[in-house]
Design a protein around this ligand. Structure first.
Ligand code: SF4
Length: 358
């Protein structure tokens, strides 16, 4: 069975939570129901966040039974949770096919921010990253991406105000589902999270960045740059062999022109690799004149992967050089450092445990 625009069918049934407002209305009408039943159903799934058709009290019993027979409600379930002393929560989420992904809740003064995964695994191969170790397993459906936010909101009972697409996977490698999910999250019918409060982080897929610019979304685009020149970037990120930094920067300029949204550049600082004064000066030269912001990320080291975290003094020296060169820069606040898990590690541990069990 084919899905409707990203409404992927995991079994013989329709993944109804991946249908947007309009598609759901059409679907409901095709079943002989009035359009307003679609609105009620949408509200149960995307506002009240219920996980069973049986709980949708204002829908006729016969309609609920029909839905039960023909559709699935997405189940993203927290299998494990680590909570740090600063309130950061790292969730290992189990999907209905037994795969695992990760999501993180960070608490800020301005509200709760959730970082979600967009794929099971990743095929980009960044040398410092745990998420790519077993390659790409599959893309997440729209409902599985939304489901991570819904599950965290259900568990905490607190509203999620910001969403970051920076967990496991490369969001632009799952392009259509990701764009659809962003629209559903922000379109006023579901959780109504403003697009300005959504950040999408990419390792720099130039074609998709240009395509995204045409979508006219008001989200923040974050580029994982991590190096001030192509040679070093290619050593750290295989995708850099396909797209040069200058191609990425041209796409970013175009993105800014079309959306008027300032670009963020993520730069993971790795001791002795990309954290020297010369690297900082080269980065400043590269970005001068661009309307951008640099986010310095002290590396969260992963066993068996590239790199160590530099000393704090070295990180601050790097920041100072960028500031002297009029680049807007912040050092990412270290959150959840006492739970010690870089993205992808929880999932890798769980999969190893499962293998041991087998
Ligand atoms: S850093 Fe992101 S793009 Fe790179 S391998 Fe990890 S998940 Fe994939």
């Amino acid at each position: 069975l084919a899905g409707i625009n990203g409404g992927v069918v995991l079994t013989e049934k329709t993944d109804i939570q991946s249908l947007n407002w309009q598609e759901l209305t059409e679907y409901v009408q095709q079943t002989g129901q009035k359009a307003f039943r679609g609105r009620q159903l949408y509200q149960w799934m995307h506002k009240n966040l219920v996980q069973s058709f049986g709980k949708m009290a204002n829908l006729p019993k016969s309609f609920r039974e029909e839905l039960e027979k023909n559709c699935t409600l997405c189940r993203v379930q927290a299998a494990e949770r680590q909570v740090s002393s600063d309130g950061t929560g790292k969730y290992l989420m189990r999907l209905s096919d037994g795969n695992y992904i990760e999501s993180v809740l960070m608490k800020y003064k301005y509200g709760n921010s959730v970082c979600i995964s967009t794929q099971v695994g990743c095929r980009m191969g960044c040398r410092f990253c745990a998420s790519t170790v077993g390659g790409l397993v599959r893309n997440l459906t729209v409902s599985e991406m939304l489901g991570q936010i819904y599950e965290i909101q259900r568990i905490t009972g607190e509203r999620v105000s910001n969403v970051i697409l920076m967990g496991i996977g490369e969001p632009l490698d799952n392009y259509s589902n990701v764009v659809k999910m962003i629209r559903m999250l922000s379109d006023g019918h579901g959780l109504q999270i403003s697009q300005r409060n959504i950040t999408l982080s990419t390792c720099g897929l130039v074609g998709q960045i240009r395509r995204l610019a045409e979508e006219k979304l008001a989200i923040t685009l974050a580029i994982s740059l991590h190096a001030p020149n192509d040679t070093l970037r290619q050593e750290m990120m295989p995708i850099a062999k396909q797209y040069s930094i200058s191609e990425i920067l041209l796409a970013c300029q175009d993105y800014f022109k079309k959306t008027n949204r300032r670009i963020t550049f993520e730069y993971s600082l790795i001791e002795g690799k990309n954290d020297s004064g010369t690297d900082a000066r080269n980065l400043a030269t590269l970005l001068s004149g661009l309307n951008c912001h640099v986010n310095l990320i002290p590396l969260n080291p992963v066993k068996g992967r590239m790199g160590k975290r530099p000393q704090r003094s070295r990180i601050e020296a790097f920041q100072a050089i960028l500031e002297r060169n009029h680049i807007k820069v912040t050092i990412r606040r270290e959150m959840g450092s006492d739970i010690h898990a870089a993205c992808g590690q929880l999932r890798n541990n769980r999969e190893r445990d499962d293998l041991t069990l087998l």
